[in-house]
Write a protein that binds this ligand. Structure first.
Ligand code: SAH
Length: 323
């Protein structure tokens, strides 16, 4: 399949439904080794605000959830955290938040400029912004932008996002790509109403966008959202989607997602042999970390230096090289 440039939606859906997927996994692992080598790139992620103006029905941070204790990190604290991450050996920091208008492009731009002095690459993940704001952040030194399309099925997208459209999400991604960002998209596995056919659409959208990165993670139900009580996404289907993404986009950076690790640490390790080559580690300081609850997860205390060393060890134990 790696050789056929454009598998159809039906072909991809049929692959996803197969009884035995082992040959595709093996192929994805081979393509990963050829195109990305044996390094696993470790990224720091700083979740700097859990304030959000949106009402995405799956997300614990949606603006209707009154149970969240909201926080905003101040620029100086963000910069100091980033500097600590750099000292610990991180080469990339992801700055992520809800859609929080408090952080104007000017404020974010200054933070990015300061963090860039450490030499780290900066990824921004703050949701949908007008093209001019993306352009401004790029001019301030942002290297990458992460904005998952979440689901490529129009109807499903509409049912989950009362205040957004798939068209606008895709428009944002095209703007980012056009502005020269390394552009990351991705989607969730196990959203209510999702089928192998819609996952096939997700894969084809990643390919059509020519994504440089793609995060694919299982949905995990949050008790304080309209999707409370629903089952989590399948870890097997998550791995299959990652493997097929590796074949469609051989050069992409594909993380073993945090949500996959929440459901199963073993499966998260396993996905590194199914095409994944990236992992993110939270550097969000303790008072805030547990309040950035997109989905429920058990979190330990943040010790930037020690956490990084531990992760490096885990990667070496898998026979791979931490970077
Ligand atoms: N506001 C930013 C960051 C969103 S949070 C943005 O819009 O891009 C980062 C990612 O967490 C989302 O893109 C989504 O894919 C994922 N996410 C949100 N709720 C989730 C849930 N309940 N289970 C699993 N992943 C979830």
């Amino acid at each position: 399949m790696a050789n056929s440039a454009h598998p159809s939606q039906q072909e991809l859906a049929a692959l996803l439904k197969r009884e035995d997927f082992s040959d595709v996994y093996a192929q994805a692992d081979q393509v990963r080794e050829q195109h990305k080598g044996n390094e696993v790139q470790i990224r720091a992620i700083l979740e700097f605000s859990n304030v959000c103006r949106r009402s995405c029905r799956y997300c614990g941070l949606n603006c209707h959830n009154g149970k969240v204790s909201r926080y905003r990190m101040q620029p100086q604290e963000m910069i100091e955290t980033a500097q600590a991450a750099s000292r610990a050996g991180y080469r990339t920091i992801v700055l992520q938040s809800g859609e929080d208008p408090y952080y104007t492009p000017e404020i974010l731009g200054e933070i990015i400029q300061e963090i860039k002095k450490t030499g780290m690459a900066v990824t921004v993940s703050c949701g949908e912004l007008p093209r001019r704001d993306y352009a401004y952040l790029k001019a301030c030194g942002a290297d990458r932008y992460l904005l998952k399309h979440e689901t490529a099925d129009e109807g499903l997208y509409r049912s989950l996002h009362p205040d957004g459209t798939l068209q606008n999400r895709v428009e944002c991604l095209r703007n980012l790509k056009d502005l020269g960002y390394e552009t990351g998209s991705g989607f969730m596995i196990g959203l209510p109403g999702q089928t192998e056919e819609t996952v096939a659409k997700d894969l084809l959208l990643l390919a059509a966008l020519g994504c440089d990165m793609a995060g694919i993670g299982p949905f995990i139900s949050h008790p304080d959202t309209p999707l409370r009580g629903l089952p989590s996404g399948s870890t097997e289907l998550t791995k299959r989607a990652v493997a097929l993404t590796r074949l469609l986009l051989p050069d992409a950076n594909l993380p073993a997602t945090t949500s996959l690790g929440v459901l199963s640490n073993g499966e998260k390790n396993d996905v590194f042999s199914c095409g994944a080559n990236v992992v993110m580690r939270k550097v969000t300081p303790d008072p805030y970390k547990e309040r950035y609850e997109i989905y429920p997860a058990k979190l330990g205390h943040t010790d930037i230096e020690k956490d990084r060393r531990e992760l490096e060890e885990q990667i070496r134990a898998l026979g791979r090289i931490p970077l």
